[in-house]
Ligand binder design. Sequence first.
Ligand code: SF4
Length: 388
Amino acid sequence: MAEGFASWTAPGAIVRPVLQQGCAGPTGVAPIIQLHPTRLCNLACAHCYTASGPKERQQLPLALLCAVLDDAAALGYRQLAVSGGEPLLYEDLPGLLLHARRLGLLTSLTSNGLLLSPRRWAAIAPLLDRLAISVDGREATHDALRGQPGALARTLHLLAQPRATGTPFGFIFTLTQHNVDELEDVVGLAAAHGAQSVQVHPLTLHGRARDTLLGARPDGQELLAAIVEAQRLAQALQTRSGVRVQVDALSQDQIRAHRDRLVPAWPASALTTLAPVLVLQSDGQVLPLTHELPPALWLGSVHEMTLKALTARWLHSSASRRLVEALERTWQALAEGMAPAAYWYDEVAARARPADPPLTVSVSVPVPLLPSRGLAARGPVLAQGARQ
Ligand code: SF4
């Protein structure tokens, strides 16, 4: 699931508050490596940032992934997040999770949930610490994004598998410019089906989403609306349902208060300092932080050298220096600008591409603290706004 664990793990977290006290990375989680073993998927969703699908055959061999995990663990990464493509279609998934467990890593998986058959689930359930399932809104919205009628109903039905084994699971909700009003329904579904959390992850215009959902990326005001809505739902529902709601966005106050954690010093002696999230794409390329960073800032390919060697080369390179410079520029712009909230990694990626203007929308009107139903009409009404 492309969109999922980029958030649960990478730009997001395994359902922990952003900038939670005492956690390592800027997103509030211990260093995490996100693997995309395959781009094969049973779906071809409109918002898929890896452009995965049923015809995609690109995948990485288990031996190579295990070698990467060996190096990642030695470098200080403590969590493995498997994404995709649909990871349940990766034949060697049990072997990958087993290897991670032997290295002492926490294991997590993001799935569309449609292939959670008893046979598949039995093979991985004992090796999994957490499962993330994508639920993108009410039935009509979810099924339209997934391109498959009945997708939500089947996914919800198959949640009987993780419930039966007692495996903790949560939902990931892709926030667009138009669907914050559906968050309450998704939280309701989470409560009804035993999910512990709902993670709200902003849509990024990458992969297939760049072609199909142009204009649907949530702007700063919509992100703030999601934060406010999550807080409202936390007060209204959390006590009753036990479902936690987390938004992968930072308010301007959080950005101002946490410069030390958002902008590391360069050079750094540890990769985890500059890249608390490390992404391995199915083509073998290793990226710091997010798939949206330009290739000039990547570490390189594990087909060419080991992760350990890539790290040694990258840490003192102009690429890592430019990344830190982009982090600094992003912090300056967001701390001093007028955007009420931002998806940090998206903003960093925009500022790491010199040719592109930053994405943040300047907002000069107060954001009303409206109940969720009142937010429904706001998305299309709000213009994309001036770029900073
Ligand atoms: S389920 Fe959809 S979003 Fe996830 S990897 Fe497959 S095509 Fe992409």
